[in-house]
Design a protein around this ligand. Structure first.
Ligand code: BG6
Length: 488
């Protein structure tokens, strides 16, 4: 159990990820990461961007071009919002908000530029020490993700990335440095962002290019097995090197309701949940592969290669908390013609009772309470809601205001449900709202899908002043946090 050094009330915070925010490409000794290779043509129409995002998340051609880095194309993640040079002013704004916890990710390629280097990059370590110290200066706790989709590209080039078991040793070296050199400044650790992303977005999840692998399912699940082992090692090393600092697991939660009361739909809902969500948390929180996956693996012809000691490692490296991103809910049915809509990482089936965001993601605040209860019942571990927020087109007025009442309504509805879940008995540690400051979106790679309560003046091509402006939601969240703290 997690020993709390704060009151029982959960923490309200904000989250970003290094690849989407930092920029600082090749500065401070940073190596090239797998996310640095993702490309956007800002001249594309929104439809073309969406089509590219849905159909061809990452191609071999793009990979080859990006590796040459000829400078003729636009790689939004190399620019981010230049948090690398602005973190002091941005964290000051977080402090003004009253943020209690800040989630970001550490770039492996900033600590070990090639992934297999014998010694870490001191400048990279210094950057994170400074950034995290800045948070602590204002009393903001730090929640750090070790891999938010990006790994040093050299590990893919030289070893095949997650396909190769050798990556576990490199990961251990990386984690050991993180614990030893940053351990005093980090309050919560997360080895992997949304570990279930691999099946839906293979490049992000496990650095595999769709269409380039034979028996893709086999490769994906073997890569995942290596990530499970890495997570277990991170837990074991954490117990030794950063005792008392919890190490957790995270999935992208696809909350699922049966579309009707038909038994077939109910069975489908259970299976959708098992295969795309529970499997991952079951392994990481319970410490073994669940029985239901045997049948599924047989069906898709997957045989996980276990080496001696793997089962024991999984068993002994179970996590101290679970976390998830929550953006939508969906319905499950085996009816083929059911209407579809987009969701985070996947296409989903429509629920006629829900409204959608501009990107088609179904908005369901009650689903958040439902999810928290479900996950707490299943694992009886403390929970962090690691991501939740609304992607929207915002308009900056001439006097530099953003009237985002739609975001305020979204946040209020969801945070109200957190309070309900806590009353239900859920042990909630924290809520880190996604994209507390506008960042490059992860799917479409654009700036105009904005989540923040702080506006960043940059467009899809990276043009703009880069200046930060407080949206109406900034003042709303600030007040909510203030009220929240009073009830502690
Ligand atoms: C999550 C990712 O899946 O969804 C984030 O962890 C991402 O990195 C978020 O930004 C929202 O998705 P998008 O595509 O709207 O940025």
């Amino acid at each position: 159990m997690i020993k709390r050094d704060y009151d029982k009330r959960y923490l309200l915070g904000g989250a970003i990820a290094c690849s989407q925010a930092d920029g600082g490409f090749r500065e401070g000794g940073k190596g090239i990461s797998t996310q640095d290779l993702r490309y956007l043509n800002p001249a594309w129409t929104p439809e073309q961007i969406e089509e590219k995002h849905q159909k061809d998340p990452f191609s071999k051609k793009e990979y080859d071009t990006a590796l040459k880095s000829d400078g003729t194309k636009y790689y939004p993640f190399r620019r981010g919002i230049d948090f690398y040079h602005h973190y002091k002013e941005d964290i000051k704004l977080f402090a003004e908000l009253g943020l209690q916890i800040f989630r970001t990710s550490i770039s492996w390629s900033r600590i070990f530029p090639n992934g297999d280097d014998a010694v870490p990059n001191e400048e990279g370590i210094e950057y994170y020490r400074d950034m995290f110290s800045e948070c602590h200066k204002y009393g903001i706790k730090v929640f750090a993700t070790m891999v938010h989709y990006d790994i040093p590209v050299n590990l893919v080039e030289k070893y095949g990335g997650w396909k190769n078991r050798k990556i576990i040793k490199f990961f251990e070296r990386y984690v050991t440095v993180l614990y030893k050199r940053l351990g005093d400044l980090v309050d919560f650790w997360l080895p992997f962002n949304e570990i279930n992303a691999a099946k839906f977005s293979p490049w992000d999840g496990v650095c595999l290019i769709p269409g380039e692998e034979e028996n893709m399912d086999q490769k994906i699940f073997q890569c995942l097995h290596h990530q499970f082992l890495c997570s277990a090692r991170a837990v074991q090393l954490g117990r030794k090197l950063v005792p008392g600092k919890p190490v957790g697991a995270m999935i992208a939660r696809f909350t699922t309701y049966p579309a009707t009361s038909k038994p077939e739909d109910n069975l489908q809902a259970i299976q959708d949940d098992q295969y795309s969500n529970w499997f991952y948390l079951d392994v990481l929180a319970r410490g073994y592969y669940p029985e239901y996956m045997k049948r599924y693996f047989d069906k898709i012809n997957v045989h996980i290669h276990f080496e001696s000691g793997d089962a024991e490692l999984l068993k002994s490296g179970t996590v101290g908390f679970v976390s998830f991103s929550y953006y939508f809910s969906q319905v499950s049915t085996n009816e083929a013609n059911w209407e579809k809509t987009a969701g985070n990482l996947i296409m989903t089936k429509k629920n006629p009772y829900l409204k959608e965001s501009e990107w088609g993601w179904q908005i369901d605040p009650i689903g958040l309470r439902f999810t928290l209860n479900q996950i707490y019942d299943r694992y009886h571990l403390p929970i962090i809601v690691a991501e939740n927020g609304l992607g929207a087109h915002d308009v900056l007025t001439e006097d530099h205001k953003v009237h985002d009442d739609y975001r305020i309504a979204y946040l209020k509805a969801h945070i109200d449900q957190l309070d309900e879940a806590v009353k239900d008995g859920v042990d909630l540690i924290a809520y880190t709202m996604w994209g507390i400051i506008d960042i490059v979106s992860c799917g479409p790679l654009t700036m105009d899908k904005r989540y923040g309560v702080i506006y960043v003046d940059l467009d899809n091509a990276g043009n703009g002043t880069g200046k930060r402006y407080k949206k109406d939601s900034f003042y709303w969240y600030k007040n909510r946090i203030k009220q929240h703290k009073k009830t502690n």
